[in-house]
Design a binder for this molecule. Structure first.
Ligand SMILES: NC(=O)c1ccc[n+]([C@@H]2O[C@H](COP(=O)([O-])OP(=O)(O)OC[C@H]3O[C@@H](n4cnc5c(N)ncnc54)[C@H](OP(=O)(O)O)[C@@H]3O)[C@@H](O)[C@H]2O)c1
Length: 320
């Protein structure tokens, strides 16, 4: 089967698509034929060595497809079932082995493309606005990269929960998408703090969702109200350098968290609870999933270049 592999870390040029033997599911695992594989920023961190990986390795963690074979002791799934997953190493491939505990059934009314497009970024948006901060009626948020994969989904969820959101984008085309997703105001990065303060009567926002990291972190802190929450959940522009905690004191008793999806899908019950709600919103039309870019597996380099080069909107998918 064809699979994306890297033998060293580096830029997109280290990505190769090669023939490898089909994997075999062990106990508690399921072999799946991948119909669509999600490309996420975390794949670029792994490829580039920001997150350590054992080499050589496959790449990609998210996808959707049909069950091909069950390993020993797997209950609840059958050959032919449509399933999706957010975390299985080597998902950018024609086939992948997924731990049954990671696999979620895709309900009727949701197709494989949509499932692969929404799972990782949708679950992320879900935990960010339900649990990292419980967005409720009247909550004011600042969200960077409003036209990105997570950005478009999180904007819609904040509005579904009655919250308000100022988003940032780098271009007018992206701003239009962010507005269509429900943002109350869309601004360029340099104007984020001023707009966040203006729209909250000078007080500052309750929560900042910042996945851009190095370039936005300082200004994000200044957009918060006293006792507000800074959620640093990524580093699309680079990682934030070591931080002096006295700044939380100086800027008004702020809170800071650096969450990840694994800590918010700690067991199967939590994974299924979030997934049920997510797929429910998709099925009943309350959550629009925008697939911005679809590439054949062979064009994985282009997919990474476009994502890192800020030329994508919504979801980036690979189709084996
Ligand atoms: N912690 C978690 O649980 C978790 C889970 C999923 C994703 N994430 C993080 O969330 C972020 C978004 O992920 P995504 O897959 O949805 O990507 P994305 O938002 O679709 O793409 C990243 C966007 O960031 C913006 N950006 C600003 N400065 C940038 C720079 N210097 N280089 C590249 N992009 C820049 C760009 O939008 P503009 O052109 O509009 O600026 C770009 O389109 C990533 O940082 C990712 O690591 C975290």
């Amino acid at each position: 089967m064809r699979a994306v592999r890297i033998t060293e870390t580096g830029g997109p040029e280290v990505l190769a698509v090669t023939d490898v033997p089909s994997p075999e599911p062990g106990a508690g695992e399921v072999l799946v034929a991948v119909e669509a594989a999600g490309v996420n920023f975390v794949d670029t961190y792994r490829r580039g060595g920001v997150y350590p990986v054992d080499l050589p390795t496959g790449l990609g963690s998210e996808g959707a497809g049909r069950v091909l074979a069950l390993g020993a002791g797997v209950d609840g799934f059958a050959v032919g079932d449509l399933v999706a997953w957010k975390e299985a190493a080597g998902s950018s491939a024609e086939q992948v082995v997924v731990a049954a505990a990671e696999l979620v059934p895709v309900p009727d009314g949701v197709d494989a493309t949509t499932a692969a497009a929404v799972l990782l970024q949708g679950l992320t948006a879900h935990y960010l606005c339900t649990d990292t901060h419980r967005v409720t009626e009247g909550t004011w948020c600042l969200l960077h990269a409003g036209a990105g994969g997570v950005g478009l989904l999180l904007t819609q969820m904040i509005r579904l929960r009655g919250g308000h959101v100022v988003t940032t984008t780098s271009t007018e085309e992206k701003a239009e998408l962010s507005r269509a997703a429900g943002a109350d105001a869309v601004v360029r990065y340099a104007d984020a703090t001023a707009t966040a303060r203006e729209l909250t009567g000078g007080r500052g926002v309750d929560v900042v969702y910042d996945s851009v990291g190095r370039d936005t972190f300082d200004a994000s802190l200044r957009a918060l109200r006293p006792r507000g929450l800074m959620v640093l959940f990524g580093g699309s522009s680079g990682q934030v350098p070591p931080f002096d905690v006295q700044r939380l004191n100086r800027e008004g008793s702020l809170f800071l968290t650096r969450p990840n999806l694994a800590s918010y899908t700690l067991d199967r019950a939590e994974l299924l609870h979030r997934t049920d709600e997510l797929f429910g919103w998709v099925r009943d039309g309350r959550l629009d999933v925008r697939v911005g870019h679809t590439y054949p597996l062979e064009q994985v380099r282009t997919a990474h270049e476009e994502l890192e080069g800020r030329r994508t909107t919504g979801k980036v998918l690979l189709v084996p």
